[in-house]
Design a protein around this ligand. Structure first.
Ligand SMILES: *Cc1c(COP(=O)(O)O)cnc(C)c1O
Length: 493
């Protein structure tokens, strides 16, 4: 059977998985979902004996079943063979009385690599069939831009252009981007802040005349953001694979329940855990951990989503989000596929910045999801306590989850896995401060400080930035972004 995808806001118009990957967002603004989710259960005995790449092929093949087995195989090989520190991609390590799933061992030291190494492969296979060339456009305040560049670099038929605000990222983040190798990548600083940059990218996407000129060369613009089903599907894999690792380590028997605690921003990572549960993984609770932008924990407690609140900049910047786009998919499934209901809620959100779900929908969500949040001070204390007690260094995002996990007592005999989303070396300065180490202004000096105080090494790619050649020095005006994109599209092979 082929899983067809349709919008969370309208179940009538269906597309294939490949088309959903190419489109990203449905034309009515909804997110692609399939009503076949969970119809085919994953065989846990098989998962337990599989390698990470075998599990990726198995689970992606189940979720995106109009790709042929050969296509999925080649995607998995390109995404995960030799790109992560080790072949097991995402190792589980025991830290104190919990387990940490290390999702940051990829090329840019953040968990987004797991999905962004795969998405370009899925897109490229889908685009070949459709005879299209694709230019990915991204505005970034730091992390996503680099992970997308690394994923899309040198993928046939695809190009990527990333804009970041001039002087608006950390020095490490800037260096990560401007040193990116590849013939099909372009990076430019923009004279403006992140909002200016992002608004301009949205205008470029909406420019009909540009779209027509590009269509004449069989080129389309697309995005790589986390609402794409091709980013969500690869994240389901590591929940199954983490479970397999626990079984193989003798920590649980096959069939036992496990809980996951997940640092959350756009709700993609933790939603993948919900997909895993629907597909047969014995998941107890999924614990959603926020920072003080705690719009999600309020929603999961009260059933009211209200983005009309103060926005805080925190030490866990990738979770500084007030609109968690992927939550829309949970609303769809928790309401038994009531697309009209979801469309209504999203209409409320657009109009008033707020919506409320009925008690029975909230109750169903709460059967699976628990929640909590950590202030910067609590995250810092979590980093310090964890390091003092175990020697393990958490990054500030993972520290939010660590704090929230501590606040939620374990169910008796059910192991707790905390998802770790970034290497502490990516946020070295704040980590050094939290651990009470010297925290010099220079990030590379902080890296050496952290290496000295822990038994770890900075990821080679981050350390190498200190002496890497900068390839992209352009600083352009907001008004020149569109012609910059058009020029880069003309260079696509
Ligand atoms: C993106 C990101 C998150 C949040 O993940 P979502 O899927 O948006 O919930 C958490 N931590 C880090 C380091 C990230 O880069």
């Amino acid at each position: 059977m082929t899983s067809m995808y349709h919008s969370t806001r309208n179940a009538d118009a269906c597309v294939s998985a490949k088309r959903a990957v190419l489109n990203g967002l449905a034309s009515d603004g909804g997110l692609y979902v399939t009503d076949a989710l969970g119809e085919t259960k994953i065989d846990l005995e098989r998962v337990v004996t599989n390698t990470y790449r075998e599990n990726a092929a198995y689970i992606l093949g189940t979720l995106l079943d109009d790709y042929s087995a050969e296509e999925i195989e080649s995607c998995v090989k390109a995404a995960y063979k030799g790109t992560f520190e080790t072949d097991d991609v995402a190792p589980v390590v025991k830290v104190g009385d919990a387990f940490v799933l290390e999702l940051f061992r990829g090329p840019t030291s953040a968990f987004k690599d797991v999905a962004l190494q795969m998405l370009p492969q899925l897109m490229s296979r889908a685009a070949q069939g459709a005879g299209e060339k694709i230019m990915i456009l991204a505005a970034t305040s730091g992390d996503t831009g680099k992970a997308a560049l690394a994923g899309f670099a040198n993928t046939p038929g695809l190009g990527i252009t990333v804009f970041y605000p001039h002087n608006g990222t950390s020095e490490i983040q800037r260096l990560q981007m401007v040193t990116q190798a590849g013939d099909n990548v372009a990076v430019a600083a923009v004279e403006g802040n992140f909002d200016d940059t992002q608004s301009a990218v949205k205008r470029i996407f909406g420019d009909e005349a540009l779209r027509e000129r590009l269509a004449a060369q069989d080129t389309v613009l697309s995005s790589a953001n986390s609402i794409n089903i091709g980013r969500l599907a690869p994240q389901v894999v590591y929940y199954f694979d983490a479970y397999a690792q626990l079984v193989r380590a003798g920590e649980i028997a096959c069939g036992d329940a496990v809980e996951f605690c997940v640092p959350t921003g756009n709700f993609g990572d933790v939603l993948a855990g919900y997909f895993a549960k629907r597909m047969g993984l014995p998941v107890g609770k999924l614990i959603v951990a926020s920072n003080c932008n705690n719009v999600l924990s309020d929603f999961l407690t009260e059933g009211v989503y209200d983005r009309n609140r103060e926005f805080f900049k925190t030490i866990s910047p990738s979770m500084d989000i007030l609109i968690s786009s992927n939550l829309e998919r949970l609303l769809y499934y928790a309401s038994d596929g009531a697309a009209g209901f979801v469309a209504g809620l999203m209409g409320d959100l657009a109009k008033t910045g707020r919506y409320q779900v009925p008690d029975e929908v909230l109750a169903r969500i709460q059967e699976t999801f628990a929640c909590g949040w950590a202030s910067d001070e609590q995250a810092e204390a979590a980093m310090k306590e964890c390091h003092d007690a175990t020697g393990y260094v958490l990054d500030p995002h993972t520290a939010c989850a660590w704090h929230v996990s501590k606040m939620h007592p374990h169910s008796e005999g059910v192991p707790r896995v905390v998802l770790s989303t970034a290497s502490p070396y990516k946020f070295c300065h704040d980590v050094c401060e939290a651990l009470g180490l010297a925290a010099p202004q220079d990030d590379f000096a902080c890296m050496r400080e952290l290496e000295g105080a822990s038994e770890t090494k900075a990821p080679a790619a981050l350390a190498a930035l200190e002496n890497a050649d900068e390839r992209f020095g352009d600083v352009i005006a907001v008004s020149d972004m569109s012609s910059y994109v058009e020029t880069k599209c003309g260079e696509l092979l």
